[in-house]
Design a protein around this ligand. Sequence first.
Ligand SMILES: NC(=O)c1ccc[n+]([C@@H]2O[C@H](COP(=O)([O-])OP(=O)(O)OC[C@H]3O[C@@H](n4cnc5c(N)ncnc54)[C@H](O)[C@@H]3O)[C@@H](O)[C@H]2O)c1
Ligand SMILES: CCCCC[C@H](O)/C=C/[C@H]1C=CC(=O)[C@@H]1CCCCCCC(=O)O
Length: 253
Amino acid sequence: MDLKGKVAIVTGGVSGYGRAYCEELLRHGCKVSVCDIDSDAGDEMVHNLSKIAKDRVIFCPCDVTDYPQFEEAFQTTISKLGGVDIVINNASLMNDRLWELEVDVNLNGIIRGLLLAYRFMGRDRGGCGGIVINAGASSSAHPMISLPVFTATKHAVAALTSCYGDKLHVNLTGVKVIAICPAPTEAHLAADPRKRLLSGEYEQAWHADISNTMPVKCEYVAKTLIDLLKKAPSGSSWLVENGQLPKQMSLFP
Ligand SMILES: NC(=O)c1ccc[n+]([C@@H]2O[C@H](COP(=O)([O-])OP(=O)(O)OC[C@H]3O[C@@H](n4cnc5c(N)ncnc54)[C@H](O)[C@@H]3O)[C@@H](O)[C@H]2O)c1
Ligand SMILES: CCCCC[C@H](O)/C=C/[C@H]1C=CC(=O)[C@@H]1CCCCCCC(=O)O
């Protein structure tokens, strides 16, 4: 896919990987719609980016748990940037104490993003096709024993990607579906887990879960995103570790 001039929606685009994805897509000539619940940070980010990206970046308030608001973000993007070709379903929450919300953001939010992508990009609905990238994690294939619900959502993201990425759906809609599954960042590995685990008893398990994990840099993951957009086959999920080529995950041995 030639990225120049393509329009990308990035959910959870204001911080971390999402922000790095927005900046990298802009560097490759895309137009970017930064979609996030954090409107103050989103407005500030777009104000700063528009100094270099001029009319190619907008912010849309978007809570991925709220279908009508998510739909409005698609409509605003199409009317202001001229279409939508790429959807990065990146927004996520890691907090097993808020497990119902965690499932609603990490899994249902991605399903909403996919269904909206089909509605606005699907060839069977009058659209031009496109690509959806779903945010998994290393825990899409390897269990984090300290975070069972989070792990379940990330496994589900890979399964959803595998099914919707199948040629049955791609032939119908013209929409490819891929998952990017990065290793944790340094900030993530250093964070205090206590308020995010369902039980204080799981803290030791958290440290065991992240032991031997090498942090990865957001900028490296963002460069990998560009390679995946250009080359990855639909239905595939990719583990991204620092300085290494992405590895295709084997989900259903
Ligand atoms: N940080 C890591 O170490 C790591 C590792 C593996 C995978 N990931 C995955 O990468 C993605 C980004 O993670 P991150 O660490 O950069 O996240 P982050 O916490 O830095 O940013 C998440 C963004 O999502 C937004 N957000 C939260 N709830 C939302 C909602 N309901 N609707 C819209 N936006 C919402 C937040 O405001 C924030 O801007 C996630 O899917 C995450 O699971 C992250
Ligand atoms: C319990 C410790 C608290 C960590 C705080 C932190 O910075 C959180 C980052 C995340 C926000 C949403 C996620 O999905 C992000 C986290 C995804 C990280 C996944 C790591 C494990 C994996 O690679 O599967």
